[in-house]
Design a protein around this ligand. Sequence first.
Ligand SMILES: [Zn+2]
Ligand SMILES: [Zn+2]
Ligand SMILES: [Zn+2]
Length: 266
Amino acid sequence: MSATAKLQVTILGSGTSQGVPMIGCTCPVCRSSDPRDKRTRSSIFLRTPEANLLVDTTPELRVQALREALDRVDAVLFTHAHADHIMGFDDLRRFCDLRGGALPIYGSPETLQGLERIFGYAFNPRKTVPGYVHVTAHPVVGPFELGGLTITPMTVPHGAVQTTGFLFAQHGRRLLAYLSDCQTLPAEAAELMRGVEVLIIDGLRDLPHPTHLNVQGAIEAARLIEAKQTYLTHQTHDKKHADRERDLPPGVGVVYDGMQLEFELK
Ligand SMILES: [Zn+2]
Ligand SMILES: [Zn+2]
Ligand SMILES: [Zn+2]
């Protein structure tokens, strides 16, 4: 790759499962005029010179794709099969049409089974009709290569299910780790991410939660990982973006919809 090659990351969504504003809520955060307080469901998009990768297909995938003018997806990675991360799956049909064929999807065997249970029609290799979604399933249990990146799946607990976090690296450089839904950080995952340049991690709210890290837990996890820069995601309506950022220690921020991150590739 050339010296100017880049990994560009766009935050498609940064909100918790209900999104912010929440339907029927009149709290100051849900009524905020700060665009950073409009949080669609959590998802990211990665662009390298070789491939465009989407992580999760939220109920707002169509809105997110239009907002960010996404016109090509080469593969989709799934963290887990909860509704807030998969219910935009059928909108992958446009990306199938734009590429003229089935879209490869990656996730744990359990996550892919969950997707197939709900969207079985998309997993039929004989049915490749334009206008419909078609995928090829790639269960991941160890590191794999996509778009010139080495992607390491990391299993983390998230209540009754396990979530897959993803570490994106190039030539051993740990560029980005994405852990959208996790309740605790296993030592093995922390070791895989140690010293990562940017960590995006579940930091739901101040109060503890049975299936998510709260803000304090996310900060402690980031310290353990020794992440150079950390951003919280999967945010509730408990606090405005500006107020949340003001209260965080140095090196920790909050992602917002449309935020861009950039990494130089070698
Ligand atoms: Zn979620
Ligand atoms: Zn609210
Ligand atoms: Zn979840």
